[in-house]
Write a protein that binds this ligand. Structure first.
Ligand code: F6R
Length: 613
């Protein structure tokens, strides 16, 4: 996820200097990425670029982004996917002759193929990004055609993947060219100037009139003209009917209309899962990880908090799918495990931020023993991936809410993919079995979108009852246990209600003593016949003591008659338990927190990144 803004107009019409307008717009887009940034404009000598690694504010101090000159300016704030955050990987990217500058959000899947062809034709690449193929590709086609817009259109039609792209060029210095597929892009209409941006907050200070672009739309804006075409059928789009007035305040707009970042991030999960899937399907690191894991003596996996729950989930999947026992442990307990670890072992370190000190310490202790390290992180080039032998990334985009939501579902997606690959690699799964499981993972975005829409109203309603409770149990078996643990953590950390999770079979060994009339017990029921059967007895035990039973179970469950409340999950497959069954629990924790009068984005005593031991 990255943020884009572009501006074009007549010099006497801008409300502020264009460089300042773009800089302020970038600050509003910082929630989309902040590891590097840059701006570009057209001058008489070609395109001028100011860019580098660091936050927008740091770069302003160093390079004065807002000082960039010109009546046509683009800006970008980056969330690294291809290539670590660096000065050269920052956007805008240019062609060989410095006449074309491009900013991009999304992933170009066929970039390697295009890059190889362009290098063969003599193009010199300066970065490791997928984006850089775009200016070179346009340049290559323009050499033959001599018509910039036509060359731009042909270049875009050769791209596979997702993109919001904005281009400026000294060949046509009064137009901002744009194209959109699967990544957001809007046009903002000003008086004597026009804007293009990833999101409304970037332009809201300058205009309230916007057009939301659709997939496959392409075109350009100048100070007084807008052309939009549909690339699919070359039809010119009648855009005047599509202009709408935005009623949001700036504060609303940063959260995309949601009252809190946590809610926005819950709803971003279908997109985050799709993008993570794109990445993991093509990531050569998965093949290397399988090689390392297959020849390891012992495999360990560690993380803290939510990331630990993803680790625990992986350890269960690994024994089911790859027939491989994995030791999962909480990162701060590393010394117990590091003491027996040895060279042919592998440690997987899972950390959203890539900076958690407990996880970093575990990594270093194992590394000292000669153990190979695989990182799973959401932040490219953060400390944990940097110090690991190999890194696999989730592509959830920045998570601003302190409680992890989209990063948990994307972590477990990556880890599920890895366990299938390992199962196939070691022969525990046949090719067609592996394909079958992967097929379900590919449906994750669709299942999540449905699960949210089916359960939001019930979560809101139930929160009214839950907010008065002092204590809640979260129970499950097998693959559902880490998901129960994650649900309990969510409620505890943002609604401040005591919540405890444990394997349901443990109930009768102590915890059931607390159960009394109307005590809430949440049962996570994976879509798995044996587990359902085993959970029935536990549900009955709790019911007999007066507990109120909240089931998180598929629509096909045989247990629904035992539930007092039922979070219904669209029927799918148990391999999606971490993704589908956590959703209602995130929603319930969120609404309970809000109904108790708390701010779920800022839970007390907690920080997003814990860099102390
Ligand atoms: C819970 C939460 C924390 C983090 C933990 C590890 O919602 O966000 O428990 O999961 O602090 O953080 P990372 O994954 O950045 O290492």
């Amino acid at each position: 996820m990255c943020g884009i803004i572009g501006l074009v107009g007549s010099s006497d019409k801008f409300p502020l200097k264009p460089g300042i307008m773009v800089y302020r717009g970038l600050l509003r887009l910082e929630y989309r990425g902040y590891d590097s940034a840059g701006v570009g404009s057209v001058t008489s000598k070609g395109v001028q670029i100011l860019k580098g690694k660091g936050s927008i504010r740091e770069l302003e101090k160093k390079l004065c982004l807002s000082c960039i000159d010109g009546a046509i300016v683009i800006g970008h704030t980056r969330w690294a996917t291809h290539g670590a955050p660096s000065d050269t990987n920052a956007h805008p990217h240019t062609d060989c002759n410095n006449k074309i500058a491009v900013v991009h959000n999304g992933i170009i899947q066929n970039y390697q193929e295009l890059r190889d062809i362009l290098i063969g034709k003599g193009h010199i690449f300066r970065s490791e990004t997928d984006t850089e193929v775009v200016p070179h590709l346009i340049e290559e086609i323009y050499r033959r055609l001599g018509d910039f817009y036509e060359s731009f259109k042909r270049a875009i039609s050769m791209l596979k993947g997702s993109y919001a792209i904005v281009v400026i060029t000294s060949y046509e210095p009064d137009k901002l060219f744009f194209a959109k597929k699967d990544s957001p892009l809007i046009i903002g209409l000003g008086d004597g100037f026009n804007l293009v941006a990833s999101d409304i907050p970037a332009i809201l200070e300058y205009t309230r009139y916007v057009i939301t672009l659709r997939d496959n739309w392409i075109g350009y804006v100048s100070s007084n003209k807008i052309l939009i075409e549909d690339l699919a059928d070359s039809r010119v789009v009648e855009w005047k009917k599509l202009v709408r007035t935005v009623e949001w305040s700036i504060e609303d707009a940063v959260k995309g209309g949601y009252p809190h970042f946590m809610m926005k991030e819950i709803h971003e999960q279908p997109r985050a899962l799709k993008e993570t899937l794109y990445g993991v399907q093509r990531d050569p690191a998965i093949v290397k990880a399988v090689e390392l894991l297959a020849r390891a003596d012992n495999v360990y996996i560690t993380g803290a908090g939510t990331s630990y729950h993803a680790c625990y989930y992986y350890s269960i999947l690994s024994s089911i799918l790859a027939k491989r026992l994995v030791y999962s442990f909480i990162a701060s307990e590393y010394s117990v495990y590091a003491s027996t670890a040895d060279k042919p072992d592998v440690l997987i370190v899972v950390s959203q931020s890539g900076e958690t000190m407990d996880a970093l310490k575990a990594l270093r202790a194992f590394k000292e023993k000669g153990v190979s390290i695989i990182a799973v992180s959401n932040v490219v080039d953060s400390a944990i991936p940097r110090e690991s032998d190999l890194a696999v990334y989730t592509r959830a985009g920045p998570e601003i809410g302190v409680a992890a939501t989209k990063t948990f579902t994307t972590q477990t997606l990556v880890l599920s993919w890895l366990s299938i690959a390992l199962g196939q690699g070691t022969g525990a799964l046949t090719k067609s079995e592996a394909e079958y499981y992967r097929g379900w993972l590919k449906k994750s975005a669709e299942i999540v979108a449905k699960t949210i829409s089916w359960n939001e109203a019930l979560a809101m309603e139930l929160a009214d009852w839950m907010r008065k409770k002092r204590s809640v149990y979260y129970l499950s078996r097998g693959i559902g246990v880490p998901i129960a643990m994650e649900g309990a953590l969510k409620l505890k950390e943002i609604a401040y209600i005591h919540a405890e999770a444990y394997p349901a079979g443990e109930s009768k060994h102590g915890p059931i003593a607390l159960v009394e009339e109307d005590f809430p017990v949440i049962f996570i029921v994976p879509e798995h016949r044996e587990l359902e059967k085993a959970l029935l007895g536990n549900i009955q035990e709790m019911k007999a003591r007066g507990a109120s039973i909240i089931g998180v179970a598929a629509e096909s469950t045989s247990l629904s008659n035992y539930f007092d409340y039922w979070f219904k999950i669209p029927s799918s497959h148990w391999i999606l338990t971490s993704i589908s069954h956590i959703l209602p629990q995130q929603l319930l924790a969120y609404y309970t927190s809000v109904k108790r009068g708390f701010n779920p984005d800022r839970p007390r005593n907690l920080a997003k990144t814990v860099t102390v031991e």
